[in-house]
Design a protein around this ligand. Sequence first.
Ligand code: HSE
Length: 438
Amino acid sequence: MIEYRNLRIALLGAGAVGAQVAALLLEHGDELAGRVGAGLELVGVAVRDLDAPRDPAIPKQLLTTDARSLILGADIVIELMGGIEPAREYLMLALNSGADVITANKALLATHGPELFEVAEQVGAQLYYEAAVGGAIPIIRPLRDSLAGDRVHRILGIVNGTTNYILDRMDVEGGTLDEALAAATELGYAEADPTADIEGIDAAQKAAILASLAFHTTVPLELVHREGISRVTHAQVVSARKAGFVVKLLAVCERIIDPETGIEGVSARVHPALVPVTHPLAAVHGANNAVFLEAEAAGSLMFYGAGAGGIQTASAVLGDVVSAARRHVIGGPGVAESTNANLPILPISSVVTRYQITLEVADRPGVLAQIATLFSEHGVSVEAVEQTPGSERADATATLVIGTHRAAEGALADTVAALGASEVVTAVTSVLRVEGAD
Ligand code: HSE
């Protein structure tokens, strides 16, 4: 058997994931070498500050602040620094120098993915990013390889652990969003600045990556419709549970046909949604992630597990290291990005979905008829109405929870606007889309 030289691995970043990747590479090096057919040598770890406190798993002699020299001497570069710059510049340097690249950087991929893939293809290098979506959960490779012969219709993903923890805690333990966020921060799920999680930015980046892969189409981050969870109230969570739903922040990626123009395209969106308690995604608790996927031939599949965490995410990174290293040994071209379908990205107004709307209305004769008329005027069919009665007073209000059949998003939004303007409606207290119910 021909002995292959050791492969030189450079690690950029020594945070929670980086430290675990270094530890696992050093600890399991021999076993991984057996799987690859070559030794895997961690030649250096680039950090910003040599003296910053860090995990003792990383030998001090491997640390360097000279990322560029480290990259230029490597066969495989693992980027775990996060952020756009200098990560983008370093990965370009790595690819242009012929190294394979592994990254967990969803923000970078969602904004500069096409540019990086183009260079990787030109130079015949590989760009792997299993850890960028869903932490430890294998979802990139299943979409890229296992399902490459199928047609994916829809993805419903819980891809942000912090918001899933918050919504789940509000459901199971009660309390406000702020209380649940404080608990998430204390447990180390939420960042000091939780904006990217709460406002759905992190989930939108992951949606862009998943939709691009699933539909063989470049999906720019700015075309992912995004609504975060900051306006979700405890009352909505309680009322959802009463009606047989849980509230989840979903990344929804769908192949759809615009109901007006007949144009087929891709919709990618992130928003809070009502999921039936019987749907597998309703059973995703705490900070876990899951991706529920519907494909033409495969049917429904669900991928579930830890969406974050140092050692869990390191597992996905190490899988990419083994794949990249094997190709070094065996040879062959890099993995090209598959964007051949190049479908148009359709706006949220092209989506056909269901709403559940909660209203405070005047409790007097004829009100229900007026509300029903508003729905019918906009071509929206009501599926169910539940009324909680008000008092016997003349100025009494009642709470109406109205579920709709599937209708065009534009018609639903217009209906909500008309309800808000109606003199019999005191307040529109909740508007949530229903997903996974059909
Ligand atoms: N902040 C993310 C989450 C983890 O809460 O799921 C990294 O993607």
